[in-house]
Design a binder for this molecule. Sequence first.
Ligand code: GDP
Ligand code: GDP
Length: 460
Amino acid sequence: MSVKPVVVLVGRPNVGKSTLFNRLTRSRSALVADFSGLTRDRHYGEGRVGQTPFIVVDTGGFEPVAKSGILHQMARQTKQAIAEADVVIFMVDARAGLNAHDHDISRLLRKLGQRVILCVNKAEGMPHGSAVAEFHELGLGLPVAISAAHGDGIADLIELALQGLGEPEPEAPEFDADDAEPTDATLKLEADAVEPELKHRIKLAIVGRPNVGKSTLINTLLGEERVIAFDMPGTTRDAIEIEFDRGGKQYTLIDTAGLRKRGKVFEAIEKFSVIKTLQAIEASNVVLLMIDAQQEVSEQDAHIAGFILETGRALVVAINKWDGLDEDQREKIQREFDRKLRFLSFARVHTISALRGQGINTVLRSVNAAHAAAFAKLSTPRLTRELQAAVEQQPPPRKGIFRPKMRYAHQGGQNPPLIIVHGNALDAIPDSYRRYLENRFRDAFELAGTPLRIEFKSSY
Ligand code: GDP
Ligand code: GDP
């Protein structure tokens, strides 16, 4: 089980935190850029530099605009993020020089006792020695010079930060990897039947904001006995995975509460932790997102949903506490859900009562279906036939003198399924056409419950 290490960026305003954040998370954010309704206000993302994936948190996004000292500006969320970090990257500004606020922040970091890497940003065009010289006096070890804007020094910074943390990603499995265009003969020969690969247990993360009913649902799922074991000190309390079987299927529950830090002096401030939620999502195949029917759909719901989308995990939504609502209230929450979380339209949505145990089997059936869809094997001939039918019905728009030509498609990955479309002049395919293809593939292969990604590869 890999829980991704958490890298937290801190520093006073304007040192370049969000520039670095965007650079670290860029490849992922591009994938979700075209979902309307998705919150733009990103503070959490999956970083990918080198082989080890990690979660990156930009605490700059939490800072309220306040006139008092920098430490007052540091919201509780910032302190909690620091407390839960595996490593903190403390950014300072080579051009502005050492600042009283930098001293304040470094004192706080020392007090919290986290591992800190001092990072001197905006160092492009400066001799290394002079860029970092004055920052030695912060007493946080050797400063690392970078330029977030130009991308200099970032790979080294991340390598240093992640030393001893996390595991490199396993090699992605190969899917019809040969890029050679299939001949008519291979198109006919390859088996059409698509058996989903369901050999492994379903790794399920149950997430949602505080009091939405996660513990209640987990207790209902696990039954009394398991809950007692769960509460015994020294046994499963620190476990982050809980196994259970139901309806002949095997599940591994990724428990967010269990993701608490081992042996940290600094206790988490809040009961609820966004970072633990993100780690649980990252460690899962399927996410069950719980929404509280008796509350408004909140920013926090949207943030969690946005991150699920970004990671590409399969998703089922459960609107909980459906009991005891009258018809008006039910309509209201449905409307709100459709308005604020419409970018989750690929997921199945169920109304449940965790307390009364209502709707839970239906939710689990959708979890199974979403898992099967996420790991579906999509054969090259069928993908190619579907592509050709889609293009015939609606060809991609011409860009200038170029007419994009789509030749064939093959699968490039699972969870989420990645479909690679090969052809010529595909660079200018608009998002609307990408969505059209996505819907065609989704319908043809019955891929409900998982996001789907399409990549275009042009020969010229
Ligand atoms: P934050 O407030 O810490 O998130 O800082 P931002 O990322 O918003 O950056 C503040 C300003 O510094 C922006 O104008 C950036 O373009 C600029 N900046 C960020 N990184 C660099 C860098 O490496 N070199 C230079 N010269 N400017 C940078
Ligand atoms: P968590 O913080 O997400 O783990 O939420 P809990 O499971 O602790 O539930 C918070 C509160 O909501 C508790 O008082 C539960 O009894 C209540 N609750 C949970 N599920 C339901 C439900 O389906 N219906 C109603 N009416 N209350 C519920």
